[in-house]
Design a protein around this ligand. Structure first.
Ligand code: DC
Length: 221
């Protein structure tokens, strides 16, 4: 008798910049022993690739072409699924202010989002995932039973970014991410909204974990 392999579970964590997605997605993935996927890093990698190769990020046709041609593949290592370009993951390079400024443009290109959707869905071949981004619950894995939308007051999010040594106009980025035509940042249907302005990362991830464990009927960790 053959036993049917169960579908991988995808925990979708969406929200605006500095809402605690990365910290919490990492914590939840670690506790559940799932793979962590940072989809923002994938868009940043394309932004970095364009800058490095002299491709104008405001030219959506040129960005689409680059995205069709670049040698980007998925790699699973150290508890993460990452997009690597020619086998290289530009961990430091994608966090510069130049890339932060470029990424909003590449992320608004419809053909780029199509490409990203395909590759992000392929991440499930590696196993159960905690995937963070802006459109995971609405567009990438809308069928997920586990959707969370993190948020925090703008003052608190700005303070968090400053503590990381980054000065950024978050309101402008939020506006761009929420108002773009293709897959804007939105609260997914059925998502649990967590405003963590007054909460620590431990408290936020505990809330998520308890919710998942109760719904999957797992023993409490
Ligand atoms: O989460 P982050 O700041 O690293 O994301 C970088 C940019 O990519 C941000 O401006 C929004 C965009 N993004 C997106 O449009 N969709 C995603 N799933 C993830 C990020």
């Amino acid at each position: 008798m053959t036993t049917k392999k169960r579908q991988p579970i995808v925990i979708a964590i969406d929200g605006p910049s500095a809402s605690g997605k990365s910290t919490n997605a990492r914590m939840v993935a670690k506790i559940l022993n799932y793979l962590h996927v940072d989809t923002g890093a994938m868009y940043r990698t394309l932004g970095w690739y364009c800058l490095k190769n002299g491709i104008d990020v405001n030219d959506s046709l040129a960005v689409t072409k680059a995205c069709r041609r670049w040698k980007a593949t998925l790699q699973s290592s150290e508890g993460q699924v990452r997009l690597v370009v020619d086998g290289y993951y530009p961990a430091q390079e994608i966090r510069t202010s130049e890339v932060s400024a470029a990424v909003v443009h590449v992320a608004a290109v419809p053909k780029v989002r199509e490409w990203m959707k395909r590759i992000q869905r392929e991440c499930a071949q590696f196993g159960d995932l905690v995937m963070e981004g802006r459109d995971i619950g609405t567009n990438i894995f809308p069928e997920s039973d586990f959707k969370y939308y993190l948020d925090a007051k703008i003052e608190e999010r700005t303070r968090r970014r400053a503590a990381e040594g980054v000065t950024e106009n978050l309101e402008a980025r939020d506006r761009r991410d929420s108002q773009r035509a293709t897959s804007p940042l939105m609260i997914a249907l059925g998502a649990r909204v967590i405003n963590n302005s007054e909460m620590t990362a431990e408290q936020t991830s505990r809330l998520i974990i308890e919710d998942i464990e109760a719904r999957l009927k797992l023993p409490r960790s």
